[in-house]
Design a binder for this molecule. Structure first.
Ligand code: AMP
Length: 283
């Protein structure tokens, strides 16, 4: 049975033993409600590190909407069951007071790239992410941390944060795991009605078509208008953004470059879905 650690002290005792034995530690930070996307990170961590800790913490600081926080699935028993076949070395699942004890006053804030995309639509979200991920890196003393490209902006922000603060945890990107129809796996997909679930694959399809159009020499303006119309016609209520950006610094583009990515966030059935894809066919 995989041990579930509730406190930093108990986790640290075992971490120190492993580190003294010269073993490397990988961490997979999650908010639980685990699916194959999360499990792909666990596999990558186990392939690269001697010891793997999966963290499960629904971080209140990264929710700007209290309703979203209240509705976020909390499924620790089934998460532990999904992790059982992997035999990870521990699950770190602290409660809110362990993570943010009374008097907690520190905020980690990455400037610039947090203002765009999801940052522009979810005020404070990335400060919450950067703060909890800084704590998780230091709590787990991880040599490597595994993050999904599904949340590409988050991946860039935590990479910047670890570099800026000289935290000796290497951030390792892992590819997005998708359903057969292209929809990126997400804990939020479970909340879609069957009709909305069927319609939701239009987001990936429209993004792929837009990218193919760009690579065939089409203009951003025309292809963007067509993709937006397709997404809304499929049944999405709203598009927060559909933008092309240079991957490392997230600067806006209308002419594709070698590191361009297409980023989208759109709401269907009251559920906000995000996705991103590389534009260059070589990536
Ligand atoms: P979450 O529990 O949603 O905060 O996600 C925890 C980690 O799993 C993050 O690094 C996500 O980017 C990653 N993740 C979520 N969905 C996917 C997916 N479909 N494919 C790969 N990684 C994912």
């Amino acid at each position: 049975m995989t041990r579930i650690y509730r406190t930093v002290d108990t986790l640290r005792q075992d971490l120190h033993t492993w580190k003294r034995a010269g073993e490397t530690v990988g961490v997979v930070p999650t908010m639980g409600a685990l699916h194959e996307g999360h499990l792909s990170l666990v596999k990558a961590a186990q392939a690269a590190c001697d010891r793997v800790i999966v963290t499960i913490f629904v971080n209140p600081k990264q929710f700007n909407n209290p309703d979203d926080l209240a509705k976020y699935p909390r499924t620790e028993d089934s998460d532990a069951a999904k992790l059982a076949p992997f035999g990870v070395d521990g699950i770190f699942a602290p409660n809110g007071d362990e993570m943010y004890p009374q008097g907690f006053s520190t905020k980690v804030s990455v400037s610039g790239m947090t203002d765009v995309l999801c940052g522009a639509h979810r005020p404070g979200h990335f400060d919450g992410v950067a703060t909890v991920v800084t704590k998780l890196f230091l709590q787990t003393l991880a040599d490597q941390a595994f993050f999904g490209e599904k949340d590409y902006q988050q991946l860039q922000i935590v990479t910047r944060m670890a570099a800026d603060l000289n935290i000796p945890t290497q951030v390792v990107p892992c590819p997005t795991v998708r359903e057969e129809d292209g929809l990126a796996l997400s804990s939020r997909n479970l909340r879609l009605s069957p009709a909305a679930r069927a319609a939701s694959s239009a987001l990936y399809a429209a993004m792929t078509k837009l990218i193919n159009g760009l690579n065939a020499g089409g203009t951003w303006e025309a292809l963007h208008a067509e993709a937006s119309q397709t997404i809304l016609a499929a049944g999405f209520d709203d598009i927060d953004y559909l933008e092309m950006r240079n991957a490392p610094d997230l600067s806006l583009q209308t002419i594709p470059g070698p590191l361009s990515r297409l980023f989208a966030a759109a709401t269907i059935d009251g559920i906000r879905l995000i996705d991103n894809l590389p534009v260059s066919p070589d990536r």
